[in-house]
Design a protein around this ligand. Structure first.
Ligand code: GUN
Length: 286
């Protein structure tokens, strides 16, 4: 029997734990604060930012949303980031990507204090993660690791095949799996005979951004299938990178889309913001 991993339920449990932690922090005079910057009118980004704001309110995190027109200059954005870096009420700063093409994403990410980089995108946090140290980890791959932990699935000695090599998901998913003592293979768009790799995997993490790209034949019977995809199928319905209907006949466990990895991403943003508030309150750094 295939187990469908309920990301929504796992995320809800973690958010309840965070809510209790936040109430405790508030009694000690600390309210975790997150600043979100949105530049331009991108529809998907507007929805993501609204969902982040709502999730903060639900657990009791103070959130400030800064919305700017697409004409905002790079200098103006860097100046806002600098102001937030110095703001003691703000423990996490998130600049929603993508940014308009006249603004360098690298420059903006570099300008965020690594101690407030709750997205885990700053090179200091990426570097620390790559040498197995504590840091802010990118929310989607960190959410996958937490989800597996909550499902009592250990990655130790397992062969994890990551399909996709993006800086936000694929690469950090590989590094975090390695930190959990998995044997890791990273495949990408130039990989030859992809399914010869995925068929060897105990765990497949699909992060390619192509609707229903991986099918039942691409998996070993009993494999754990983690689907990071967020695509629309031919009928405009939300679907993952995995053809769920066929894959669930082969997989041992599988995450659905929606309701799998998605709810974990914002949860880990809340988690990282609370972690930052605690570290700032203790005047500690990692
Ligand atoms: N755009 C799409 N996903 C993300 C994310 O996780 N963080 C930010 N800052 N922008 C995004």
């Amino acid at each position: 029997m295939t187990v469908i991993i309920d990301g929504k339920a796992i995320a809800k449990d973690i958010r309840l734990e965070l809510k209790e932690e936040i109430n405790q922090l508030k009694q000690e005079g600390v309210t975790p604060g997150l600043a979100v910057i949105l530049v331009g009118e991108d529809q998907a980004s507007q929805t993501y930012v609204r969902n982040k704001d709502k999730a903060c309110a639900e657990v009791g995190i103070h959130s400030e949303i800064y919305r700017y027109p697409a004409e905002l200059t790079e200098a103006e954005l860097l100046s806002k980031v600098d102001e937030l870096n110095k703001d003691d009420n703000i423990h996490g700063i998130l600049v929603q990507l993508p940014l308009p093409s006249h603004i360098s994403e690298d420059k903006v990410i570099d300008a965020i204090s690594p101690l407030k980089d709750v997205d885990g995108f700053h090179p200091v946090n990426v570097g620390k993660m790559s040498i197995g140290k504590d840091a802010y980890y990118s929310c989607t791959p960190y959410g996958i690791i937490k989800m597996l932990e909550k499902e009592n699935i250990s990655l130790e000695g397992k062969h994890v095949v990551v399909v996709g090599r993006s800086n936000i998901v694929g690469k950090p998913a590989a590094l975090l799996s390695l930190k959990e003592s998995a044997t890791v293979t990273v495949c990408h768009s130039k990989t030859k005979d992809l399914s010869s790799f995925t068929r060897q995997a105990d765990v497949v993490i699909a992060a390619v951004g192509k609707a229903k790209f991986l099918k039942a034949d691409d998996f070993k019977p009993g494999a754990i299938v983690i689907d990071v995809g967020m695509n629309r199928d031919e009928e405009g319905k939300l679907c993952g990178d995995v053809d769920f209907e066929s894959a669930k006949e082969v997989a041992g466990r599988i995450t659905p889309v929606p309701g799998g990895v998605g709810p974990m991403t914002i949860t880990m943003l809340l988690f990282n913001t609370v972690k930052s508030a605690k570290l700032h309150a203790a005047k500690a750094v990692f």
